[in-house]
Design a binder for this molecule. Structure first.
Ligand code: PEP
Ligand code: MG
Length: 294
């Protein structure tokens, strides 16, 4: 079967209207680039940058981050590499950020919420991303967005970084800015968010836990934590409609993107990018090809 799946490795599936369906990889380090390319990834749909911060003794410097983002950008150019800004919280500590004790870390100070409060952490990452964007098709996405204001404030910080880099005479390029849709609040304001960003990426792992109010790490309620629950599918459909009506790309980077039983539904909803662990890519490509009739 491995052999049969290899036949799909270089496939770049297209819908009848010519739109390409991007089958991309979720990675957490540059060590995973080769496996992703080998599996046939058409880019990176989610580069989780947490590991870079967690494995390091302190906060990684702008230059250290730049090297990593630059390598990913170069490896996949001209295909897109979507790099997610730091998505940590009290459950995943990082040296250099003191997290408060929280009763509900999954509902707490995490992701873009923490980054906006800590420009000393956020800005070096944004500067590194702006610099790496000169080397390939870098896109940036914000995790745990729940308000429009978080996008506006992030954009203001990006503008500050651009002005600083320009003043310092450092090369940089603009990048497409997207948001992860992983909170119910983001789904409910998706039509407004879609006017402020370049793309959506649905994070079904968190979206499922927040829609169902079911902790994704608690095995006792695992049955509720199901992306195929009609409530979660409705949230995904609302997001897809809001994004496609606004003319922006809607993708998915949660585990559900590799659920071949659901992929036909996601394609029908208008998703044009599915990002998953590299190992899942060949099978997903085969499924998409079958669904699109070639
Ligand atoms: C998600 O929430 O679906 C997601 C892709 O992000 P993470 O699993 O890193 O929270
Ligand atoms: Mg998430």
């Amino acid at each position: 079967e491995e052999e049969a799946l290899r036949a799909f490795r270089d496939l770049r599936p297209r819908r009848a209207d010519g739109t390409q369906i991007e089958v991309a990889a979720n990675i957490g380090s540059i060590e995973e680039i080769d496996a992703a390319r080998e599996a046939g990834a058409m880019g990176v749909g989610l580069f989780r940058t947490e590991l870079l911060f967690m494995k390091h003794g302190g906060l990684p410097t702008e230059d250290m981050q730049y090297e990593v983002y630059a390598e990913a950008a170069r490896a996949f150019a001209p295909d897109p590499v979507i790099i997610r800004t730091l998505d940590i919280g009290g459950d995943k500590p990082v040296a250099g950020v003191v997290f408060p004790q929280e009763a509900n870390p999954f509902l707490g100070w995490r992701g873009v919420r923490m980054c906006l409060d800590r420009p000393d952490v956020f800005k070096p990452q944004l500067r590194a991303l702006l610099r790496a964007a000169t080397l390939g098709n870098v896109k940036v996405m914000l995790p745990m967005v729940s308000t429009l204001d978080e996008v506006t404030r992030s954009r203001a910080l990006i503008d500050e970084c651009k002005a600083e880099l320009a003043a310092e005479g450092k090369a940089f390029a603009d990048f497409a800015l997207g948001v992860m849709i992983e909170t119910p609040a983001a789904v409910f304001v998706a039509r407004n968010l879609a006017r402020q960003v370049d793309f959506f990426s649905i994070g079904t792992n968190d979206l499922t836990q927040y829609v169902m109010a079911a902790d994704r790490l608690n095995p006792q309620i695992a049955a509720l934590n199901d992306v195929a629950n009609p409530a979660v599918l409705a949230a995904i459909e609302m997001t897809a409609r809001a994004g496609t009506e606004a003319g922006i790309m809607v993708g998915m980077c949660g585990e559900a993107a590799a659920r071949t039983d659901l992929v036909p539904k996601f394609l029908a909803m208008g998703l044009t990018e599915l990002s998953m662990s590299p190992a899942a890519i060949p099978r997903a490509k085969k499924c998409i090809a079958a669904e699109l009739g070639g």
